[in-house]
Design a protein around this ligand. Structure first.
Ligand SMILES: C[S@@+](CC[C@H](N)C(=O)[O-])C[C@H]1O[C@@H](n2cnc3c(N)ncnc32)[C@H](O)[C@@H]1O
Length: 203
């Protein structure tokens, strides 16, 4: 299997960003539903803060921002972030786009109410994924929401992910309920919404 280093992944997304609109189009309706069905139901969500890692061009960021008081969105790729920032108008004044690496999470303990990663966790090997989830759960006050591939192997996704150099093959086999126990999440739930699996690790 072909995997990328952090530098190679950054170069890949710095080159891919002009074409990312194709992926956005295929995920737009699903992310809209995720915001409406999962975020809108969080009690007092308008008073709460969110952190999103691997935000890319901000597809999920712009969907969740209207529900939260503030959102900080981080990504490794400067070009993906620049593309996200270009879309930030006055209606998105509560979003801050910053560079950040999921392998070097430096936010302090319980800084944000909720933490999100959309289509980013499958980029990492299982042990790295568990370490990332554990760090993110620490950063959150209420929980972590992971939006990613439905964990049923699919040849088209496998081909795309091979090009991306991700860990799709192991991601689809991971038992996230066990991971939730391992990182001491208080509760774990997984649901399918549109084209994605949404996993919530509660604190
Ligand atoms: C498949 S895209 C998902 C983008 C966006 N969340 C979405 O759903 O459209 C994966 C994103 O992860 C970012 N990424 C890759 N490795 C990362 C890392 N180590 N830390 C933070 N972001 C990373 C890439 O730059 C890219 O923007």
């Amino acid at each position: 299997m072909r995997r990328r280093s952090v530098k190679s992944m950054q170069r890949f997304y710095n080159r891919l960003y002009p074409f990312y609109g194709i992926i956005e189009k295929s995920l737009d309706a699903t992310f809209e539903r995720i915001a409406a069905e999962c975020i809108a139901t969080i009690p007092e969500v308008r008073r709460k803060s969110a952190l999103e890692y691997a935000c890319g061009t901000g597809l999920l960021t712009f969907k969740i921002a209207p529900y939260f008081n503030s959102v900080v969105a981080r990504d490794l790729s400067q070009k993906m972030l620049a593309s996200a920032r270009r879309r930030t108008g006055t209606i998105s004044a509560n979003i801050q786009f910053l560079q950040g690496n999921l392998l070097e999470i430096d936010e302090a303990f319980e800084t944000y109410d909720w933490v999100f990663v959309a289509c980013g966790l499958h980029l990492f090997a299982p042990e790295q994924g568990t370490a990332i989830l554990s760090r993110l759960l620490g950063v959150s006050r209420e929980g972590v929401v992971i939006v990613d591939h439905i964990r049923r192997w699919n040849p088209v996704s496998a081909l795309i992910e091979w090009i991306e150099g991700s860990h799709y093959d192991t991601f689809v086999k991971t038992n996230f309920r066990e991971v939730a126990e391992c990182i001491r999440a208080r509760a774990f739930e997984e649901q399918l919404i549109g084209k994605c699996s949404v996993m919530i690790f509660r604190k």
